[in-house]
Design a protein around this ligand. Sequence first.
Ligand code: SF4
Length: 63
Amino acid sequence: MRISLNRDECIGCGLCSQVCPDVFGADTAAGVAKLLREESDDPRVKDAKDSCPVGCIRVEQGV
Ligand code: SF4
């Protein structure tokens, strides 16, 4: 699946990187999350998406 992240909406809570650290990291300078990769089959990506309090993680299947 392909993952994208709207950094303008991210509040930097860090939940995504806790749930799925292989895909989500932290841009500490900007105070927001950053993607470590844009493609992954890790099932935790969906958990991270569901955990995001502002819904700024987008996941596209089958890309
Ligand atoms: S869970 Fe959402 S708001 Fe929190 S750091 Fe990750 S992308 Fe940003």
